[in-house]
Design a protein around this ligand. Structure first.
Ligand SMILES: CC(=O)SCCNC(=O)CCNC(=O)[C@H](O)C(C)(C)COP(=O)(O)OP(=O)(O)OC[C@H]1O[C@@H](n2cnc3c(N)ncnc32)[C@H](O)[C@@H]1OP(=O)(O)O
Ligand SMILES: O=C([O-])CC(=O)C(=O)O
Length: 378
């Protein structure tokens, strides 16, 4: 009988090194390249953080300009892809649609199999730019509207909101959205990044790695939780029902969406930044029902679950920020992908430099010493 311990959910397993992101889950600290997430959110841009993750350092002004130019140039996707998106069923799940579109884009790229660092980098940067165009096109088609072509004169966040809604956002809206993208860009070995790495570790191509990652992010235990939080709020309906609803869930030992984390055993620092922004927006526009419900749920969670080290995570307040920007809840998870694409690409590039096939073991607990039995004798 073997005594090999099983790391259920791979908890605590360290399988590689990375210079990108550090998390101290006990203290609620998150840094990229050693710089606290709060500073990135306050002072940087999604474009700059993407560069920093891909290159392992902050860009100078010229490098950032060049990178930004590169992203703007590659926002366009082949018309064939747009025409295909128009053929997807209107009831499509936007994450399924994104997964399909990224895979399709790979087939349209004659250099999709380029396995040099430069080749993979090129595909990665193009995907960072193109995710915005694809997600906005999916949203428009789902609403029965014509997709809006990207504009080169807008920053990444502003251009996405423009393509989504068909009008240029205010500076304040673009900045708020940019900040949300920054907060979601990378998070060390989360499930979707790990999935991307598992795929590239077989020396498959970049499109396959990113397609796998989209599928992984979709689940409600990961990126899908932001939409699930809004479903929960819609179910609750009003502030006066929060206590009964959450109390009932806790009694039945059901999970509260947007709460808990594999690594954070304290507040997820991103949830604090998002809460502060959500509070600001709520104050300006008159306290939204959603925000008030979340505040109350957070109070109950802290009272009842903090002993179990369960706190709000990044998905808890993000939806309320997106809904204040007029974005529908079924697009919250695609927006997570719009940000996380940078972390996926950077992590894949970093891992594959010193590639080793990912191939863990399972402890065999099935029958032994059996023989094949003819079907008539079973
Ligand atoms: C971007 C992101 O991916 S952030 C995470 C987004 N996901 C969510 O918000 C979904 C809700 N949260 C969860 O399901 C979990 O906390 C996860 C998946 C994030 C982490 O899961 P794990 O580390 O595997 O923890 P696990 O599910 O084993 O839970 C440990 C204990 O905490 C409890 N618990 C965990 N999350 C919650 C929650 N959201 N609400 C209530 N109880 C919870 C579990 O019931 C379990 O209790 P027990 O020990 O009494 O059985
Ligand atoms: O790190 C994780 O497991 C999940 C998470 O918060 C993220 O991917 O942003």
């Amino acid at each position: 009988m073997t005594t090999t311990p099983i790391a259920r959910g791979l908890e605590g397993v360290v399988f590689t090194e990375s210079k990108l992101t550090f998390i101290d889950g006990e203290k609620g600290i998150l840094t990229h390249l050693g710089i606290p997430i709060q500073e990135w959110a306050e002072s940087s841009s999604f474009e700059e953080l993407s560069y920093a993750l891909l290159h392992g350092r902050l860009p100078n002004a010229k490098e950032l300009d060049h990178f930004d130019h590169d992203l703007r140039q590659h926002r366009y996707v082949p018309q064939e892809l747009i025409e295909n998106i128009k053929l997807y069923p209107r009831r499509m799940n936007p994450m399924q649609a994104l997964r399909t579109a990224v895979s399709h884009l790979g087939m349209l790229d004659p250099h999709s199999e380029d396995d040099t660092h430069e080749g993979r980098y090129r595909i990665g940067v193009h995907l960072i730019a193109q995710f915005a165009t694809i997600i906005a096109a999916i949203a428009r088609v789902k609403e029965g509207k014509e997709p809006v072509a990207p504009r080169k004169d807008l920053g990444h966040a502003a251009n996405f909101l423009y393509m989504l809604k068909g009008h240029v956002p205010t500076e304040e809206e673009a900045r708020l959205f940019d900040m949300a993208l920054i907060l979601h860009a990378d998070h060390s070995m989360n499930a979707s990044t790990f999935t991307a790495i598992a795929t590239i570790s077989t020396l498959s191509d970049m499109y396959s790695a990113i397609t796998s990652a989209v599928g992984s992010l979709k689940g409600p235990l990961h990126g899908g939780a932001n939409e699930a939080v809004m479903d929960m709020l819609d179910d609750i309906g009003s502030l006066s029902h929060v206590d009964d609803y959450i109390g009932g869930k806790l009694e039945r030992k059901e999970k509260i969406m947007g709460v808990g984390h594999r690594v954070y055993k304290y507040f997820d620092p991103r949830s604090r930044v998002l809460r502060d922004y959500a509070a600001l927006v709520a104050e300006k526009q008159g306290k939204s029902n959603y925000y008030q419900m979340l505040e109350r749920i957070e109070g109950i969670v802290l009272e009842k679950l903090s002993a179990k080290k369960l706190y709000p995570n990044v998905d808890f307040y993000s939806g309320v920020v997106y809904s204040d920007l007029g974005i529908k809840k079924e697009f919250f998870t695609p927006i997570f992908a719009l940000a996380r694409i940078s972390g996926w690409v950077a992590s894949v590039l970093e891992y594959v430099e010193h590639n080793r096939l990912l191939r863990p073991n399972a402890l065999y607990t099935g029958p032994v010493d059996q023989h094949y039995v003819e079907i008539e004798k079973r």
